[in-house]
Design a protein around this ligand. Structure first.
Ligand SMILES: [Zn+2]
Length: 199
């Protein structure tokens, strides 16, 4: 793991909540990695999550002077975005998939023509955030900022030409199975989250 930015406190908060695991993991991509973020640990530890969201909210407050909504994609990021909106004194809305397409329910009042900050848990390829941006545009919502707790691209994935703000930006190395140093050491591999995913 190459640490690019972020501070020791953030790292400690992730480790304390067991959201940052070290070992030998098979990622959804099929590649192998030494590190894995178990996002669900953040949701099931509200007190630990709140400390991280406090730091994220401070950063958003400093960097984005004027916006109306925090918007997060369902489901994992809802708790994070909701808590951030509460701390920032803003409204909250979430996007969700309906028949594969990312959408925002029409029931959120005042979203049209507003300014929104997108809050997501982890940035890997930026795919889901791009989809949130697209559905906000459909509702004439201006994207005032994009923030994640962890940027796994190490700052390498700008969205809409803008950098994504994060508490922790780190590049997690992923290895092809036939070139994995941990396979070479015959370390047992785990596939996180495999129990609740259709494979
Ligand atoms: Zn391996």
């Amino acid at each position: 793991m190459t640490k690019q930015s972020g501070d020791q406190l953030v790292l400690k908060l992730f480790k304390d909540s067991n959201a940052l695991l070290r070992g030998h993991f098979k990622l959804t991509s099929g590649k192998h990695s030494e590190w894995y973020f178990e996002k669900i640990r953040l949701i099931e530890n509200p007190a630990a999550l709140e400390k991280l969201v406090d730091l994220l909210a401070d950063k958003i407050r400093r960097e984005v002077p004027d916006f109306d909504y925090v918007v997060s994609p369902a489901y994992g990021a809802i708790a994070i975005g909701f808590l951030a909106a509460l701390k920032l004194g803003k409204k909250f809305a979430f996007s969700q998939r309906a028949e594969e397409k990312m959408t925002i329910r029409s029931g959120f009042s005042g979203l049209e023509g507003s300014r929104a900050v997108i809050v997501e848990d982890i940035l890997t390829t930026g795919g889901s955030i791009q989809e949130v941006v697209a559905c906000l545009k459909e509702r004439q919502v201006a994207v005032a900022g994009i923030y994640v707790l962890v940027d796994r691209s190490g700052g390498a994935v700008p969205i809409e030409g803008k950098p994504v703000g994060s508490l922790l930006a780190l590049k997690v190395e992923a290895f092809e199975p036939d070139a994995c140093p941990f396979c070479d050491q015959e370390l047992p591999i785990t596939k996180p989250g495999a129990s609740d995913k259709k494979t």
